[in-house]
Design a protein around this ligand. Structure first.
Ligand SMILES: Nc1ncnc2c1ncn2[C@@H]1O[C@H](COP(=O)(O)OP(=O)(O)OP(=O)(O)O)[C@@H](O)[C@H]1O
Length: 724
C-alpha cells in the first residue's frame, strides 16, 4: 500500500514559533520523513495518556519532538505539531485528532475543558461575564436536537455544553475548544442561516457511511483539505519556505468548491471583507490556466479596478503558478487594459475620468456650467451627479434622449421643461470634450466595444476573472462580455457591495452576464479579528447593500475565526495631541516587535494624511506613501501612509485610521439639500470607512480630535426618498 505523508496547518504554525536554528532542523527532518517515514533513524515513541492513542512523538534533536498521528489502518502519517520535548508531549495530551463520524472530515481540536473554563481558561483572550440568572436568555440552539448538531460536524462530547450556550459571545468564547468547521456551522446557524443551507455546506461531499478509521479517504475530502495536505516533494519545499502563507495550500472548502471545476457560464462570488475572494480568484486563474492546452492562442485575463491591487495579484500568482501557467495569465487593471487596447488601435483622444482634476476636463466642465439656467435652482453638484449617473451612464448624446431618460434613484425630480433647460450644460460639455479631443473612461470603454465590433475582433481570452467586481461600472462589464465568448468558464467575478467606494452600481444581467444559478458566497473572514469585523460591520448598519445583480446582500453569517484586542478609539482635544497619541502607539508596537512597514496610517483626505506624515517624520518615524498607481515595495521600511481610497484590497498588521472627525466623515465636499444625494453620499462614505477598517489584520486604532464621526453612533437610519 502507498505510504501517504500529510502535514497539518498547525504543524507549519508550530514551526514558525521555533528558534531559527531549530526551524532548519525541523525542515531537514520533514524532508527525510516525507521520503521514508519508516526509516530506522525515526524514533517513534508512545505518549502516555495522549488524547489519541495513535499519536507518537518523533525525535527532531536532543530537545525537540514532533507529534505524528499514525492511524492503525492504512499507511498514513500525519505530522501534527512540533515543540520543545515537554511542550510537545503536553500538546499531545491536550489535542484530539479524529474523523468526524457524520461529515467525514478530519478534525483537530483542544480536548481539555475544565469546569467553568469558558470564564477562567488561562489562554482566554476576552472576558465574558455570565448573565445574571434572572435575565438569562434562552439557549441559542434550543430548536435543534443533539443529533442535528452532530450532523453539522459538532463532536459528540461537546453537545451538552453547546446546547447550554445562550449568546453569540458565549459561543465565541467556547470556539477555542471546537474544531473550526463545527464552530463555523454553529455560528451560521445561530446567526440565522437556515439549517438545511448550513448542512449542505458542511456535509456536502459525504454520501457514504463514514469509516472513522480510514484516514486516507478522509484526507481526500474537501473539508479536511482546509487543514491537512498530503505532500509531494515539490509542495513540501514551498510550504517549508513560507510556512505562514497558508492560503497557497489550505483553501476553505467553500473556496475550493469555486476553484477546481467547470462552470457552465458566468459565476459571481460575494463575501465580506477578508473572506478570501482574491485568494479564490487567484487559485481559479491557476486552475484555468492549467486546463489550457500546451500551445494555446487564448489567455486568461485577470482584471481588477486599481493598479496597485493588480500588481499585488501578479505577485501572488507568481507564488503559486508554474512558469507555463503564469505565461497564460494576463493581469492588468481594467483601465490600463483600455489604454493599451486603444493605443494599439491608434486612438486619438486623451482619457479622463468624470469629476477628475485633469485641467482640460475641468475647464470644459466650467464652460459647461456657464450655461446653467438661472431659472433652475440646481447646485453644481447636482449637475455633476446628473452627468455621471444619468447621462454618462446611459450614453446620452442628444436632447431628445435626455427628455426620455430614466432617472432611477435621483432625488430631485425634473419635468420636461426643466430637463430641456438643464440639457444646455450637458450639451456644452459634450461639445467641449469633442473639441478638446478628450474622452471620459466610460466612453473610452464604449469605443473599445465599437472597435471590437467594427473590426470583428474575435474574443482573445478563454476566461476573464474580475476582482473588486463591485467597483466596475456597466460599461466595464459590457466590455468584459465582448472579450470572452459565451461558453463554460467564461467569466468569474468576485466582489462585495459593502465595499463599493466608486458608486458604480451595476446589474450584471443587463450587461449580458447571466449568473443565475451560479452565485456563491464566502463567509469566513481570514484577515481581521472578530472584534474588528464587528465594529466595521456596525458602521454599515442600515446601509442597503446590493449583490451586483439587482438583489440584496447582507452581513448575516459572516464570521472571523481570530480574536484579538477590541479596536481602540482615541479622542483628543486637538491635532497635536492626536498625532502624539498615534506616534506613541506606533512606538509601543515597534518596541513590542512589530515592523513599521506592517503599519498603515489611513486618512479620509490627502491633507490629513500629509499632516500625519509630517508629525510622524518629526517624531523620527520613517514613512512610505501608498501611491495611487504604485507598487508597494515591501522591502522598504516605513509606516505606510494612505488615503482611504488607496487601501482598497490591501492589508496591514496594524491600521490607524486618523482624523475621524465629525466634519471629515462623512466628508462634506459639496452643497446639496437633496436627501437622496446626501444619503448616497453618506453610504459611500460609510463604505470607505468600512473598507479602511477591514484592512487591519491584528490591531485597529481609530483616532480623532474634537468630536468623533457620527458613524460610530449606533442605529443611524438613512431614510430614503428616491425618484423611481
Ligand atoms: N484559505 C485560506 N487560508 C489562509 N489564509 C487565507 C485563506 N484565504 C484567504 N486567506 C488570507 O485572508 C486574507 C484575506 O484574503 P483576500 O484578500 O483574498 O480576501 P478578500 O475577500 O479578497 O478581501 P477584501 O474584499 O477585503 O479585499 C489574506 O491575508 C489571505 O492571505
Amino acid at each position: 500500500m502507498d505510504i501517504q505523508v500529510a502535514i497539518s496547518q498547525d504543524f507549519l504554525t508550530s514551526i514558525v514559533k521555533l528558534p531559527k536554528a531549530q526551524q532548519k532542523k525541523v525542515n531537514q527532518f520533514v524532508s527525510k520523513f516525507r521520503n521514508a517515514p519508516l526509516a530506522t533513524g525515526i524514533n517513534y515513541e508512545k505518549i502516555n495518556d495522549a488524547a489519541n492513542p495513535d499519536m507518537r512523538s518523533v525525535r527532531i534533536d536532543q530537545s525537540y519532538r514532533g507529534i505524528v498521528l499514525k492511524p492503525q489502518q492504512g499507511s498514513v502519517y500525519i505530522l501534527l505539531w512540533v515543540d520543545h520535548h515537554d511542550d510537545a508531549y503536553e500538546w499531545a495530551r491536550r489535542h484530539q485528532c479524529k474523523i468526524h463520524p457524520k461529515t467525514g472530515v478530519i478534525q483537530l481540536y483542544a480536548t481539555e475543558v475544565k469546569a467553568g473554563s469558558i470564564h477562567q481558561h488561562k489562554d482566554e483572550k476576552f472576558h465574558i461575564e455570565p448573565e445574571p440568572i434572572e435575565q438569562q436568555l434562552s439557549p441559542l440552539f434550543e430548536n435543534y436536537n443533539s443529533q442535528q448538531l452532530i450532523e453539522l460536524g459538532l463532536p459528540e462530547e461537546f453537545t451538552e455544553q453547546v446546547k447550554a450556550l445562550q449568546s453569540m459571545e458565549l459561543l465565541a468564547a467556547f470556539s477555542e475548544k471546537l474544531p473550526n468547521d463545527a464552530y463555523e456551522a454553529l455560528y451560521f446557524l445561530a446567526d440565522g442561516i437556515p439549517y438545511e443551507e448550513v448542512l449542505e455546506d458542511y456535509r456536502s461531499n459525504v454520501a457514504e457511511d463514514v469509516d472513522t478509521d480510514d484516514f486516507a479517504a478522509a484526507l481526500a475530502r474537501e473539508g479536511s483539505k482546509r487543514r491537512f495536505v498530503v505532500v509531494d516533494d515539490e509542495d513540501l519545499e514551498q510550504m517549508l519556505d513560507a510556512p505562514l502563507e497558508k492560503w497557497r495550500v489550505f483553501l476553505h472548502p467553500s473556496q475550493r468548491k469555486l476553484v477546481e471545476r467547470d462552470w457552465n457560464g458566468p459565476v459571481r462570488v460575494l463575501g465580506g471583507a477578508g473572506t478570501g475572494k482574491t485568494v479564490a480568484a487567484i487559485h481559479r486563474a491557476k486552475w484555468l490556466s492549467s486546463q489550457l492546452p500546451e500551445v494555446s492562442n487564448k489567455k486568461i485575463l485577470f482584471t481588477t479596478f486599481t493598479k496597485n491591487l493588480a500588481s499585488d495579484i501578479s505577485e501572488h500568482l507568481e507564488q503559486i503558478c508554474s512558469h507555463a501557467e503564469l505565461s497564460n495569465i494576463e493581469t492588468i487593471n481594467i483601465d490600463s487594459w483600455v489604454h493599451k487596447f486603444l493605443k494599439r488601435n491608434s486612438y486619438n483622444y486623451d482619457i479622463v475620468y468624470p469629476g477628475d482634476t485633469n485641467p482640460k476636463r475641468v475647464s470644459s466642465w466650467q464652460k459647461a456650467l456657464d450655461n446653467k439656467s438661472a431659472s433652475l435652482d440646481l447646485s453644481d453638484h447636482f449637475y455633476e451627479e446628473e452627468w455621471k449617473l444619468v447621462i454618462q451612464e446611459q450614453s446620452i448624446t442628444e436632447k431628445s434622449e435626455y427628455i426620455r431618460a430614466k432617472r432611477t434613484g435621483r432625488g430631485t425630480r425634473l419635468n420636461r421643461k426643466e430637463r430641456l433647460l438643464a440639457w444646455s450644460v450637458f450639451e456644452e460639455y459634450l461639445l467641449q470634450l469633442n473639441h478638446k479631443k478628450i474622452k471620459e473612461m466610460p466612453d473610452a470603454m464604449r469605443d473599445c466595444i465599437a472597435i471590437i465590433d467594427s473590426k470583428n475582433i474575435k474574443p482573445i481570452y478563454s476566461s476573464v476573472i474580475v476582482d473588486e467586481g463591485q467597483d466596475m461600472g456597466s460599461q466595464a462589464y459590457e466590455l468584459i462580455r465582448r472579450l470572452v465568448a459565451e461558453d463554460k468558464n467564461d467569466i468569474f467575478i468576485v466582489g462585495d457591495g459593502h465595499q463599493r467606494i466608486y458608486r458604480n452600481k451595476v446589474v450584471l444581467g443587463r450587461c449580458g452576464i447571466n449568473i443565475i444559478g451560479r452565485s456563491r458566497k464566502l463567509r469566513v473572514n481570514y484577515r481581521t479579528t472578530e472584534e474588528t469585523k464587528q465594529l466595521a460591520v456596525s458602521v454599515l448598519s442600515n446601509v442597503p447593500v446590493d449583490d451586483l445583480d439587482n438583489g440584496e446582500d447582507t452581513s448575516k453569517g459572516y464570521i472571523s475565526l481570530m480574536h484579538g484586542e477590541m479596536p481602540e478609539i482615541i479622542v483628543k482635544n486637538n491635532f497635536i495631541e492626536e498625532a502624539d497619541a498615534v506616534v506613541e502607539r506606533i512606538e509601543q508596537l515597534e518596541a513590542a516587535g512589530a515592523k513599521l512597514r506592517d503599519m498603515c496610517v489611513v486618512a479620509r483626505t490627502k491633507s490629513i494624511r500629509d499632516a500625519f506624515g509630517n508629525a510622524l517624520s518629526k517624531a523620527g518615524i520613517k514613512t512610505y506613501e501608498v501611491m495611487a498607481n504604485g507598487i508597494d515595495r515591501r522591502h522598504q521600511d516605513g509606516v505606510r501612509l494612505a488615503t482611504m481610497h488607496r487601501v482598497k484590497g490591501l492589508e496591514f498588521q496594524n491600521v490607524f485610521i486618523v482624523g475621524v472627525n465629525k466634519n471629515t466623515l462623512p466628508l462634506r465636499n459639496f452643497k446639496s439639500d437633496d436627501p437622496v444625494e446626501l444619503r448616497e453620499h453618506e453610504m459611500s462614505e460609510r463604505s470607505l470607512l468600512h473598507v479602511a477598517m477591514t484592512r487591519a489584520m491584528r490591531s485597529l486604532t481609530i483616532s480623532t480630535h474634537g468630536v468623533l464621526s457620527e458613524f460610530f453612533r449606533k442605529n443611524n437610519d438613512l431614510g430614503t426618498g428616491a425618484e423611481v
